[in-house]
Design a protein around this ligand. Structure first.
Ligand SMILES: Nc1ncnc2c1ncn2[C@@H]1O[C@H](COP(=O)(O)OP(=O)(O)OP(=O)(O)O)[C@@H](O)[C@H]1O
Length: 260
């Protein structure tokens, strides 16, 4: 097997995060290999979003390390981690609702564009060339998400399901190596959810992505993920293939505990 097939993209070592007296994450260690699609599940309050927040720089870890590629990114500012190749979507959609669908995606491209502030301010030819290129790239991404015919619509006017898709399109525009999706199917109906999962599996291949996915819908996670990590009360209680996780007594107990 080629070395790159098993190269580790994300390596989290004993990451902890406390909020006052509450230990939201306790010494969590996990790794994701390049190209994997990994699920992150756990009952409410387990620490899933907190882990995403550490991975994307919203909070620094209280202790422990986070290595992305070959670099330690724990505690870096979000925009720097984004530039290092990690992009995310949020549980609560965070689009610029008063801007067009196209501009929402173009903004993400601009953050990574090569043309300088100088050429933009002076409206030099390179600015327009860069702008045309970015518009075209943004439209190409919108097409993948079947949103190109709504490119001039305000983002806030899209249906809920389409707003979720636009969030993923925007994250992709940042050209990430690692895509972090926080409940991308929340609020979608079963058909939309099914379509979205197929799309996620497709973009993973098409864009050579590594994906970490938080999702509450078990059948959905089991259907698309290579491996799954399970958090409960801030601790990692299991890691394995979907079938291993499905029959893991600790996982069953954690979820039954939630329903009791
Ligand atoms: N900024 C914060 N300040 C204080 N407590 C926080 C903060 N962020 C998270 N927590 C707490 O940390 C714990 C883990 O929360 P987190 O949102 O990470 O869980 P989750 O697994 O994503 O839950 P859910 O599935 O309900 O979204 C919870 O007890 C939460 O109240």
């Amino acid at each position: 097997m080629a070395a790159s097939a098993t190269a580790v993209l994300l390596d989290v070592k004993k990451a902890s995060r406390s909020f006052g007296g509450l230990k939201a994450l306790s010494e969590v260690s996990l790794h994701i290999n390049k190209g994997e699609l990994i699920g992150l599940i756990g009952p409410n309050g387990a620490g899933k979003t907190t882990l995403f927040n550490l991975l994307t720089g919203v909070y620094p870890p209280s202790t422990g390390s986070i290595i992305l590629g070959n670099e330690s990114v724990g505690g870096m500012k979000p925009y720097r981690i984004n530039r290092k190749g990690a992009a995310r979507t949020f549980q609560n959609i965070r689009l610029f609702t008063a801007m067009t669908v196209l501009d929402n995606v173009k903004i993400a491209f601009h953050q990574h564009a090569k043309h300088s502030m100088f050429t933009s301010m002076l409206r030099l030819p390179n600015h327009f060339k860069g702008e045309d290129e970015i518009t075209q790239k943004a439209l190409d991404i919108l097409k993948i998400f079947n949103l190109d015919d709504q490119s001039t619509e305000l983002a806030g006017n899209l249906s809920y399901g389409n707003q979720r898709r636009l969030e993923i399109a925007r994250a992709l525009a940042a050209g990430p190596k690692l895509l972090l999706l926080d409940e991308p199917a929340a609020g979608m109906n079963p058909n939309e959810t099914h379509d979205l999962m197929n799309l996620i599996a497709w973009i993973r291949k098409e864009f050579d992505l590594t994906i970490l996915l938080i999702e509450h819908d078990m059948s959905l996670v089991m259907g698309v993920c290579d491996r799954i990590y399970v958090l409960d009360r801030g601790m990692l209680i299991a890691n394995g293939t979907p079938s291993e996780i499905r029959s893991n007594p600790k996982v069953i107990e954690a979820y039954l505990g939630q329903e009791a």
